[in-house]
Design a protein around this ligand. Structure first.
Ligand SMILES: Nc1nc2c(ncn2[C@@H]2O[C@H](COP(=O)(O)OP(=O)(O)OP(=O)(O)O)[C@@H](O)[C@H]2O)c(=O)[nH]1
Length: 926
């Protein structure tokens, strides 16, 4: 208590508990019982709290005293030692409290529960004995161990006495219940007999074994306590027996003590027997399953009883042996505390999360001890529970153990690692170039022309292989070209997290000019922040006007250098092979400025450009090495596949033993076919590669099943609030340039809480798959203004979880975006397209107007659905159905695969080939 007084203002639960020789958990339990809020052992106890707890103790003591005095009358008949047993109680204020706590803490672990119940079955006899034991040891006053026992039994004693005559079980139940997981262990380090009693129950399965091994001396002295403890520990099927046996043994042991040192054990035993004939008899019955002769019994109990226990639990047996030895040698004076050798390591190396068991092993601790510590931290953990780094560090610091983190990043998420190289390890590497542009502007011709123009000497004559990329050499410098032209391929790789391109070449045919896909390509390159070189192609053609191209591209912020901009323009003819060298020089120039570098002296990392199942070679992957050097025999992971490089060839079909940064190679030796865009990385051995690939496969499946990770207007506000989003990326597609421009202008004006709308791409026409892929790669939303997504785009949007918003009124778009940014999107309606019908014929009927003879191509058309008429991806009408007929009859709905006649309310301009899309508005829960 003095401690409290000294530092009352900052008294923590554990300090208070310590001052009472109790565990924090017990105090916490009391606090909770008293309705005082408490978090853990570190919680501060206010004066008032301490007073209330002390009052609680007093009440408990008073109750116990009352019970004792009531019980004395009963117990004195069978237990002459009972009074003595009470005396030590006075010395130990904590004990009754513990008993009280034990009563309360019935919500302990299952193991404890088991222990408790078995204890209660077997302990009836024990209780009685323990009381006797206490009593006699106290009377003798020979040793403190005896006294402690007395204390321990006293709590029980108080409760027991009345029960002894009637039922010993109650007492034990309490005691055993009292002791939750690890507490008792700790306590046993400090205390003798009384403890052990408690430990007994406390320790379901295993704990005690160790404990008792360490604390033989104490246990011995405490006698019955020890016995109980051991028996409880042993638990399991033998538990029942053990209890009984222990009971017998325990009973005797205190008697030995009592009967004092110097006498031989047998006679002591005999004395003890005579002291409690009834109890002894009962025990023996328990133990042997039949009544035995008293004299023999005692001998057996002391010796063989002990060893029989020992045979079930070697440590227990030894312990007892030691204890006996100690007892004799020391004349039962002092409880011998065997020094616990502290083999706690100074430092542990942590390579990631660990299970409780693993951590305990690393700390050279008993798992139960670690579990106990976790309990104090408010974490219920099992031995197989994984602990995160914080928990590991916290626990280690509790043991004063330093933690050295050697975490090789999360190896299974290797695409997220950033390569860190010392500047001196970095060497120049060839730039990786992608060619993009509008259809037929000459991308393929250019790729072929470059490939043929520059064949590396020495490799000349090799068979050109299509491996998704190739290298050319000019002025002794290499350039790598990815030979899948087109921005869709480029962006779908980017959407998969692969950034392989260093430079993009936008090919524009000088005779054609800037076309929609040229703009798309520019926007894709810009979104990926990759430098652009414009190749004005087909300059050989009549009517070619490169200047016009330059002019047109200024609109897209591609301003030629001669006009004060920073974009390189090269006039070429891919077909005539004019200007190619200049183009390659320009690529090298950009590369020089950008200083593309990599460390070739480490394990390889790259990206799968293509992969397929080859009939002869099995799974084949074409990989662009981006860091390090790939060697034949290397084990690797590609996406969720793993393998070992069996053979490696370059784009000339030449077999390579190793390949450095920016080299495209085709490798065999995979177990499965990865996907284009998959990350590729080498691991030290195949076993590791396999386990990482397996982990990745699981993660992939989980993420596929998981929630939408892309931004949608519905969760935009959440992302903004969490600071994840600074720009809302938007792609606009509209029916006419005017409305697209108007929409762009209005959207760009929006700025809410520092978040702005950034238009990544805009265009006229239906929403294409390429738009969706760009949105997916750039975490953008797509706004369709009077346009619809193409079927393929719709599917991709669904699979990529890209949010497409379709509107026909500008202010509604603005309102929706603004509301989304403010987190105020009304939980109103969401359009649900229920079906589409294709107009096959149009019949003009006087008075009625146009009737569209349709085929329902998907879903269904219902009479009361709203509809929109779509022509070439553009919405030309939105309204209601006037009539829906199957042949001559009105129909409520017409399903997919059936023909029907549809007339639209106040709209007759229906044409063959139009699509009638039916939709209903549904309320959506946000
Ligand atoms: N006159 C002339 N024709 C060219 C030139 N480059 C390409 N062509 C022709 O333009 C046509 C289209 O060329 P491709 O290389 O197939 O164009 P692309 O951009 O790859 O086309 P897609 O693969 O459909 O996107 C072919 O008939 C080529 O012969 C050039 O420099 N001059």
């Amino acid at each position: 208590m003095s401690k409290q007084e000294n530092s009352r203002d900052k008294l923590r639960v554990y300090e208070y508990a310590k001052s009472l020789n109790m565990s924090s958990k017990e105090i916490i339990t009391i606090l909770k019982r008293l309705g005082i809020p408490v978090n853990n052992h570190m919680s501060v106890m206010e004066n008032d709290t301490v007073n209330r707890v002390e009052k609680f103790f007093k009440d408990v003591k008073a109750n116990a005293a009352a019970k004792r005095s009531a019980g004395d009358g009963v117990s004195s008949a069978d237990q002459p030692a009972a009074k003595d047993a009470q005396q030590p109680a006075k010395n130990d204020t904590a004990r009754p409290v513990q008993a009280a706590v034990s009563q309360m803490s019935s919500t302990q672990s299952a193991g404890q529960g088991a222990a408790r119940s078995s204890g209660s079955q077997h302990n009836q006899g024990q209780n009685r004995h323990s009381n006797q034991g206490q009593g006699s040891s106290n009377r003798g006053g020979q040793n403190s161990g005896g006294r402690q026992q007395g204390q321990g039994s006293q709590q029980g004693g108080g409760n027991n006495h009345p029960r002894n005559g009637q039922q010993g079980g109650g007492y034990n139940q309490q005691r055993s219940g009292q002791q939750g997981g690890g507490h008792n262990q700790q306590r046993s380090g400090q205390q003798g007999g009384g403890y052990n009693q408690q430990r007994n129950g406390q320790q379901a399965g295993g704990y005690n074994q160790q404990r008792s091994g360490q604390q033989g001396g104490q246990n011995r002295q405490s006698g019955y306590g020890q016995g109980q403890g051991q028996t409880a520990n042993r638990g399991g099927s033998a538990g029942g027996q053990n209890h009984r046996q222990a009971g017998g043994a325990d009973q005797r042991r205190p008697v030995e003590q009592r009967n004092n040192s110097g006498q031989n054990q047998f006679s002591r035993a005999a004395a003890s027997n005579t002291a409690r004939p009834a109890a002894g008899g009962q025990h023996d019955q328990d133990r042997h399953g039949k009544p035995a002769k008293p004299g023999q019994r005692r001998f057996d109990d002391n010796r063989f009883g002990g060893s029989s226990r020992g045979s079930q639990n070697n440590r227990g047996g030894n312990q007892r042996g030691n204890a006996r030895g100690n007892q004799r040698g020391r004349g039962q004076q002092e409880p011998v505390k065997r020094e616990k050798i502290d083999n706690t390591p100074k430092k542990i190396i942590v390579r990631g999360t660990m299970t409780v068991g693993e951590l305990a092993k690393a700390l050279h601790k008993d798992a139960s001890e670690v579990i106990k510590k976790l309990l104090f931290l408010g974490v219920m953990a099992t031995i197989n529970q994984e602990l995160d780094l914080d928990a590991i560090q916290l626990l280690a610091s509790d043991y004063n153990v330093e933690v050295e983190l050697k975490i090789p990043v999360e190896e299974d998420k290797f695409e997220q690692f950033e390569e860190h190289d010392e500047a001196e390890d970095l060497l120049g590497r060839p730039p990786v170039v992608t060619i993009m542009g509008h259809v037929d502007h000459g991308k393929t011709t250019l790729l072929d022309a470059i490939r043929k123009t520059n064949v590396t000497e020495g490799e000349a004559g090799g068979i050109t292989q299509h491996i998704g990329a190739y290298q050319v050499e000019i002025h002794n410098k290499k350039i790598t070209f990815l030979d899948t032209p087109g921005h869709a391929a480029f962006t779908s790789m980017r959407a998969r997290g692969a950034l392989v391109t260093d430079i993009t070449i936008i090919v524009v045919a000088a005779d054609d000019g800037v076309m929609p896909q040229t703009v798309e390509a520019i926007n894709h390159a810009k979104a990926a922040k990759v430098p652009i070189i414009v190749a004005v192609n087909k300059v050989d053609k009549e009517g070619a006007d490169p200047e016009r191209i330059k002019q047109a591209l200024t609109e897209y912020e591609l301003v030629p250098e001669e006009w004060g901009g920073d974009t390189i323009f090269c006039n070429i003819s891919a077909k005539q092979r004019i200007g190619l060298e200049n183009l390659l020089d320009m690529i090298l120039l950009v590369a020089e400025v950008q200083e593309f570098k990599a460390n070739p002296n480490k394990r390889a990392r790259g990206t799968v450009i293509e992969a397929e199942l080859d009939k002869g070679k099995g799974p084949v992957a074409r990989v662009l090495i981006q860091h390090g050097t790939l060697k034949v025999g290397d084990s690797f992971v590609a996406g969720v596949c793993f393998g070992r490089v069996r053979a490696m060839v370059n784009d000339r079909g030449k077999r390579l033993k190793e390949a450095g940064p920016s080299t495209p190679v085709e490798i065999t030796g995979l177990t499965e076919v990865p996907q284009a865009g998959d990350p590729f990385i080498v691991f030290e051995d195949e076993r590791k590669a396999r386990s990482i690939a397996e982990k990745r496969a699981v993660t992939l499946r989980q993420s596929e099943m998981g929630a939408n990770v892309r931004v949608t207007l519905d969760d935009l506000y959440k992302h903004i609030k969490e600071g994840e989003i600074k720009d809302l990326n938007v792609i606009i597609k509209g029916d006419v340039q005017g409305s697209v421009e108007a929409l762009r202008g209005s959207l760009e004006k929006i700025e809410i809480e520092g978040v702005r709308v950034k238009i990544l791409h805009q265009g006229v026409g239906a929403i294409t798959e390429s738009d969706v892929i760009l949105a997916s790669a750039s975490n953008a939303i797509v706004i369709g203004f009077n346009v619809r997504p193409e079927p393929q785009a719709k599917n991709t949007a669904e699979s990529e979880k890209v949010d497409i918003r379709l509107h026909s009124i500008i202010y509604k778009v603005i309102e929706e975006i603004e509301h989304a940014m403010k987190g105020m999107l009304d939980p109103v309606f969401k359009e649900n397209v229920i079906g589409q019908a294709e107009v096959r014929n149009v019949f003009k009927v006087s008075k009625i107007g146009a009737i569209a003879g349709c085929m329902v191509t998907s879903g269904k058309i219902t009479r009361n659905a709203q509809v929109r008429l779509i022509r070439d991806g553009i919405v030309v009408f939105e309204g209601n159905i006037e009539s829906l007929k199957r042949f001559k009859d009105d129909a409520k709905e017409v399903a997919q695969g059936y023909e029907c006649g549809i007339s639209l309310e106040k709209f007759n301009d229906i044409k063959e080939g139009d699509i009638i899309e039916a939709f209903v508005m549904e309320t959506v829960e946000r």
